[in-house]
Design a protein around this ligand. Structure first.
Ligand code: ADQ
Length: 464
């Protein structure tokens, strides 16, 4: 079996007992994929140095070998906080109003991708499969090819691909997309993002797409397909059954004192629709005064990307809005909204999910959304909770038995909460079974096998 070299912006092999829980879905998914493939995970350590040295630190933990480099302060500002999180993240989540275009960001992005190629290149052996992840490293494949690498190289995008009409607002967008033709396989979370990509290629690059997924531009061909990411179902099942999860479950149930819990768990990010969610919940409290004391919303949202101003703004807005909702509706023995700004370990989260009768997961746009899948996996099969999910999350294309809502509509959110509260047990069980079947079958192992299988099947440039 070929070795697998995974390259992503950050490297952090998660542990089931991790107390921070601050890692995103990418980290959780990749550790599972690497554990049984002998390989290497390469990326930025998260550390800043005065000058870039290119020194590589090797570690081994949880069955995964990782190799990391430090970056310069200027790299982090321009590449990570700049081009990745101020330009590409908002644009790819359809928020061109928030996207910032700055020449220094683009320069830093290019420079860091070159630095990645220079440092990881020598670690790659001729038979290795190389798998590059996410929007931070779009041009890395091309950089590696320019250094003579002939291995099979795949790229997976964890976030949405924007419609062509938005994509063209990015200066030098053609160059970025053309660099992707250096890959052998390009993976998207859903058919919807794949369709947008194909449309862009046809419209802006004059390429054409075969029905089998091959994209041709000039003399280059790339295989592009949808590979929906899943959760590590088995690991999550174990986490739910752990004593820690049971303790967390008891803690929640006790503090709920017979009231129904609606749970939301998200990184604090404008793409997650937290403000709209709070407003939808507020609408519910207004419209259904008779239900008020019977439930509460527990929103867990640890801050992320604190160095980017937009995140400070959304944080302040949420602080204000949550305070306003509690001020308006709370009674001496009841608070409608518990807004918690910290992360939790996986076992704790599993217990919280299981204790919640309803999950309210309403991103405005999300590549996939693993929280929705974790909630499903954590339920008691005999008495499962109800999932309310945004129709704009990639996961909605698979989790069709959730109550699907438009996250921008307060009315739809309010109606969905009422529907979930009143849902008969037989219907809850029926819907949950269908959801769980999907989450269990299309797990992270199936995702990895599908992607790596496609990469193995791609024609090698070394002629093998
Ligand atoms: P994220 O935007 O980080 O991921 P998501 O898919 O929901 O979003 O994954 C979040 C992960 O972090 C989950 O495993 C969750 O349990 C964990 N997490 C979130 N909040 C937490 C908290 N308060 N405490 C502890 N853990 C928490 C990106 C894309 C998604 C895509 C994933 C994977 O934006 O669309 O699904 O990558 O491809």
């Amino acid at each position: 079996m070929s070795r697998l070299i995974v390259i992503s912006n950050r490297v952090s092999a998660p542990r089931a007992d991790s107390a921070t829980g601050a890692q995103g879905g990418l980290a959780v998914a990749l550790a599972a994929a690497l554990r049984d493939h002998k390989g290497l995970w390469f990326g930025w350590s998260g550390e800043k140095t005065e000058e870039f040295t290119g020194d590589i630190a090797f570690h081994r933990h949880g069955g995964v070998t990782s190799a990391t480099i430090d970056l310069e302060e200027q790299d982090v500002d321009e590449y990570y906080n700049g081009y990745a999180n101020r330009t590409l993240w908002p644009l790819f989540h359809y928020r061109i109003d928030l996207a910032e275009y700055d020449r220094s960001f683009a320069g830093g992005y290019e420079r860091v991708n070159e630095r990645f190629a220079d440092t990881v290149g020598p670690l790659i052996e001729p038979d290795d499969l190389v798998w590059v992840h996410d929007y931070h490293l779009i041009p890395l494949g091309q950089q590696l090819r320019q250094r003579g690498l002939r291995n099979r190289i795949g790229f997976f995008l964890h976030i949405p691909w924007p419609p062509a009409r938005l994509m063209v607002s990015l200066p030098f967008h053609e160059g970025l997309v053309l660099s992707m033709l250096a890959y052998d396989v390009i993976g998207f979370q859903t058919e919807e993002w794949l369709e947008s990509f194909r449309h862009y290629v046809e419209r802006e690059l004059g390429g054409h797409c075969d029905p089998d997924g091959t994209i041709h531009v000039g003399d280059r061909s790339v295989h592009a397909a949808a590979y929906p990411i899943g959760i590590d179902y088995r690991e999550f099942e174990t986490a739910v059954a752990s004593p820690k999860a049971r303790k967390a479950f008891e803690r929640m149930r006790q503090s709920a004192a017979g009231r129904q819990t609606i749970i939301g768990v998200d990184r604090l990010d404008y793409s997650k629709g937290l403000e709209e969610r709070f407003l939808g919940y507020r609408r519910f409290l207004e419209e259904h005064a008779e239900c008020r004391l019977k439930l509460f919303l527990l929103q867990i949202a640890p801050p992320s990307r604190g160095e980017v101003d937009t995140y400070e703004v959304i944080r302040e807005r949420l602080d204000e809005l949550s305070g306003r909702i509690n001020g308006e509706f709370a009674e001496v023995d009841w608070v409608p909204l518990r807004y918690v700004n910290q992360g939790y370990g996986r076992a704790d989260l599993a217990g919280f999910y299981r204790a919640a009768e309803i999950a309210l997961i309403t991103p405005l746009r999300d590549g996939m959304n693993l929280v929705a899948k974790e909630y499903v996996a954590a339920q008691d099969p005999k008495d499962p909770g109800v999932l309310i999910l945004s129709r704009f999350a990639g996961a909605a294309l698979q989790l069709k038995d959730a109550i699907l809502v438009n996250p921008y509509s307060k009315e739809e959110i309010s109606d969905a909460i009422l529907q979930a509260l009143n849902m008969p047990k037989a219907e809850r069980v029926r819907r949950w079974r269908a959801l769980n079947e999907n989450v269990r079958r299309e797990d992270v192992v199936a995702w990895r096998k599908a992607f790596v299988g496609a990469l193995e099947g791609a024609e090698s440039r070394s002629g093998g």
